[in-house]
Design a protein around this ligand. Structure first.
Ligand SMILES: O=C(O)CCC(=O)C(=O)O
Ligand SMILES: [Fe+2]
Length: 222
């Protein structure tokens, strides 16, 4: 019998807004476990996961480690503030980004597209959230590729003009892919909450949510 009665999620890509595509269940269990293992490795110091201080003084609830370029609100730098080198951008994430664009849009990035060269790995504990924002530190408009692992979350995806409506709340589960580019590249988006305890025990993350966004910075090669 079809699982559709019990799981109303579509099988294939869903266009949430022009240029914004959700691909449920894109990563199989083995790939999820592999990425969780790698995230653990990337999260360790030096240049490990940290909670960034915002310009107005508060701390982000999400813990972040950057690969390729160091991101802190709101710019990319070559090193961490104390001079520690940023961990390199893993070639695997570049390969996954190309495959992700092909899965979402039906065609891989064009040959002259700027290279994917930076990733932000976000860890959400049960109380973490991310306010609505635009990803605007990049100098080129290549689509942002987002991979989710562990607990599900509510991902709010809006429009490029305002923090308000119209927006769509999408449930992102472990293994899901979300790509936003084209007219949605500058859309406001955020994570109002995670859904603790929803992770597939097979994924290798017993609690919390990991998200990897893979981006093209457009900054000079290092
Ligand atoms: O955690 C997510 O799904 C979104 C992360 C995000 O928007 C970001 O890293 O800029
Ligand atoms: Fe973002």
């Amino acid at each position: 019998m079809s699982g559709a009665l019990f799981d109303p999620r579509p099988d294939g890509p869903v266009t949430v807004a022009p240029g914004a595509v959700h691909v449920p269940g894109w990563l199989d269990a083995e790939r999820q476990r592999d990425l969780v293992r790698r995230c653990r490795d990337w999260a360790t110091g030096p240049a490990g996961m940290r909670r960034h201080r915002m310009p107005r003084g508060g701390e982000m609830s999400v813990r972040i480690v950057s690969l390729g370029w160091h991101w802190a609100p709101y710019r990319y730098t070559r090193t961490l503030p104390d001079g520690t080198p940023v961990k390199p951008f893993p070639p695997l994430l570049g390969e996954l980004a190309g495959a992700a664009v092909a899965a979402a849009y039906g065609a891989p990035p064009p040959p002259d597209a700027p290279p994917y060269d930076v990733a932000l790995v976000n860890f959400y504990d049960a109380d973490a959230r991310m306010g609505l924002h635009q990803d605007r530190e990049e100098r080129v408009d290549a689509p942002v590729v987002s991979l989710s692992l562990g607990d599900s979350c509510v991902f709010r995806f809006g429009n490029p003009e305002t923090r308000g409506r119209p927006y769509t709340d999408v449930e992102l589960r472990g293994g899901d892919l979300f790509v936003f580019g084209g007219p949605s590249r500058m859309a406001y988006h955020g994570v109002p909450r995670t859904l603790p305890g929803t992770a597939d025990p097979e994924c290798g993350l017993s609690s919390g949510r990991l998200n990897i966004t893979i981006r093209a910075s457009g900054l000079p090669a290092r």
